[in-house]
Every structure is written in structure tokens, then in C-alpha cells.
Ligand binder design. Structure first.
Ligand code: ZEM
Length: 287
């Protein structure tokens, strides 16, 4: 067992489990990034509720949101890390895992601070379902969801670049396939492909509608969600798609900033960096 606060030791153990030859494209990284994002992306700036603090996804009320389907794989994967470092909260572990996964995939260094706490029960989690984006929808929906978290148009596009990593699973979201050819390597490839390929509407056997492109060179079928295509069709979003496709450095810089902001949504800290909106005595989260 590592001493309390030894995040470097936790990081090391997270790194060690990223390589999963039998899982998806050989890495657990993408699903860990998605766990970090969904744990944080419930934040509502008006009511100051939701966000990564509390780790509410352990409870059915949040974990059972259909948007979170499949994330139990990520949570189960992290259990041995939690067991080896019992002092770390789930809220810190899930966000730290996302940061480590992004960095190990070749992404930019992401600022991260610990100190989150976990809910002791689900009594403080209310009306949390339905806060995450719906991939079948367009730009009005994306703005409603991400403005609610406190993000602007540029930040929405930068965050969407995470779809360079991983894939869609029919049994989780209903959508199928990967966005880029190398989905375990972080890059600005998502933006390049989104803006340069001829995406065609595809209807899956299940009736789910997405967009597809058959890459003749690699004989690979790539995909885009309707919500990804919405970025191209929108005057506020499209310039950022182009900029990030043309400038990897700019994308990495902006992505690092916005992902760090995402992980911190709803978290209040004092000048020493300690989280102040929690009650250590009760182990509960005070909003
Ligand atoms: Zn995603 N995302 N996402 N996303 N996402 C999926 C997969 C992944 C949307 C969405 O509906 C979906 C962000 C934003 C948005 C990742 C990271 C981030 C999937 C496929 C869907 C349907 C799930 C499945 O079937 O397994 C929508 C509508 C978004 C609005 C813009 C943001 C922001 C992210 C992080 C910063 C990642 C890494 C994956 C791949 C997961 C995996 O298991 O491979």
C-alpha cells in the first residue's frame, strides 16, 4: 500500500494496466478517458451540481444512465488500483486515469490536482441523468449541454477531438466503429478526417444512423457520429475544426487546457489547492 497522497504510485499502476492486448484496439486508455469525461460532464453551472466530485457513477441513479453504458468496464479495470491504494477516492482515481491515459497515448500533459471526495451514499445525487450529450443530435443540443457546463464553442470543438481515441460499441451506445485508423494514439487526426473525407450517411442493421467512410488504403471503415458531423455544419464550430486539423500544436495546447477544466468542474479549492466543497468528517459532498 502506498502512503496517502502518493499519486505518483497510483499513476504508475494506471500506466501498467493501459496495455490490454485482448481488449478493443489493445488499450484500455480510450474507455478510461471516457470514464473521466462522463464523471465530470454532468456538471451544471447554474445549480452547481454534478461533476467529478463524489464519484456518483458508482450508484445506479447515475451509473444506470444509458449514456454511461459500458463504463463499468473502465471502473472494474481500475478496482485493483483502488485496492492497492485504498486512500485514493474514486473521484480522484477516475479523473487521474483519464489524464494518464491521454498522456500515455501521446497527448499533451494535462494539469490535474487531487483532493476530490466520494459520496458515502446516493442521497445527494439528484436528477443527474440526461445531462450527457446525445450523439444523434445537432449543434443546438451540443450548445445546450456544454454551455450548461460552462464551455464555449471553441472549447466544445477542442473537447470533441478526444474522438481520435477509441471506438463506438453497438452494445453500449448503438453506434459502431472508430473515428480514425489508429485509435490508441492521440493526435489531431479526427479533425483532419472530419473536414477532408467524403462522409456518407450509413444506417446500421439496428436502424441507428451514423456516417461512414471506407478507407481504400487500409480497407477500414471509419465513422462519425451525427453530433461529430454537426461540428462541420455549424458556423461557430467549423472554423475550429479547420484550425485544429491544420495545427496539431494549437489543438494539443487547447485540449490540455479544456480537459483540465473539465476535470475541475464544480470543484472549489483554497489557495493551498485543497478542495473545500467537501466534508471529510462525513465523507460527503457539499455543493
Ligand atoms: Zn465521446 N462518445 N461524445 N467524448 N468518447 C463515444 C466514445 C468516446 C459523444 C458520444 O455520444 C460518444 C466527448 C464528447 C462526446 C470519448 C471521449 C469524449 C461514444 C461511443 C459515443 C456515442 C460509446 C461506445 O459505444 O462505447 C458525444 C455526443 C459527445 C459530444 C460532443 C468528449 C468531450 C470526450 C472527452 C474529452 C472517448 C475517448 C470515446 C471512446 C470510448 C471507447 O470505449 O473507446
Amino acid at each position: 500500500m502506498s502512503p496517502k497522497g502518493d499519486f505518483a504510485a497510483v499513476r504508475k499502476d494506471i500506466k501498467a494496466l493501459l496495455n490490454q492486448p485482448e481488449y478493443d484496439d489493445g488499450s484500455a486508455g480510450p474507455v478510461l478517458v471516457r470514464l473521466a469525461w462522463h464523471s465530470s460532464g454532468t456538471y451544471d453551472i447554474r445549480t452547481d451540481t454534478g461533476g467529478s466530485n463524489g464519484a456518483g457513477m458508482r450508484y445506479e441513479i447515475e451509473g444506470g444512465d444509458p449514456a454511461n453504458a459500458g463504463l463499468q468496464h473502465a471502473r472494474v479495470l481500475l478496482e485493483p488500483v483502488k485496492a492497492a491504494h485504498p486512500w485514493i477516492t474514486y473521484a480522484d482515481l477516475w479523473t487521474l486515469a483519464g489524464k494518464v491515459a491521454l498522456e500515455e497515448a501521446g497527448g499533451p500533459e494535462i494539469a490535474w490536482q487531487g483532493g476530490r471526495t466520494d459520496y458515502v451514499d446516493d442521497s445527494k445525487i439528484k436528477e443527474i441523468r440526461g445531462r450527457l450529450p446525445d450523439a444523434a443530435q445537432g449543434s443546438d443540443h451540443l450548445r445546450n449541454i456544454f454551455y450548461r457546463m460552462g464551455f464555449n464553442d471553441q472549447e466544445i470543438v477542442a473537447l470533441s477531438g478526444a474522438h481520435t481515441l477509441g471506438r463506438c460499441h453497438g452494445d453500449r451506445s448503438g453506434f459502431e466503429g472508430k473515428w480514425v485508423n489508429n485509435p490508441t494514439r492521440f493526435s489531431n487526426q479526427y479533425f483532419k478526417l472530419l473536414s477532408t473525407l467524403e462522409w456518407e450517411p450509413r444506417t446500421l442493421a439496428s436502424g441507428v444512423k451514423q456516417f461512414g467512410y471506407t478507407d481504400e488504403d487500409t480497407e477500414t471503415e471509419l465513422m462519425m457520429l451525427p453530433s461529430d458531423m454537426a461540428l462541420l455544419a455549424d458556423k461557430g464550430f467549423e472554423p475550429w475544426v479547420k484550425k485544429y486539423g491544420a495545427d496539431k500544436e494549437l489543438f494539443f495546447k487547447d485540449f490540455a487546457a479544456v480537459f483540465a477544466k473539465l476535470m475541475e468542474l464544480g470543484i472549489k479549492r483554497n489557495e493551498r489547492g485543497e478542495v473545500t466543497n467537501l466534508d471529510n468528517e462525513k465523507g460527503g459532498y457539499i455543493s
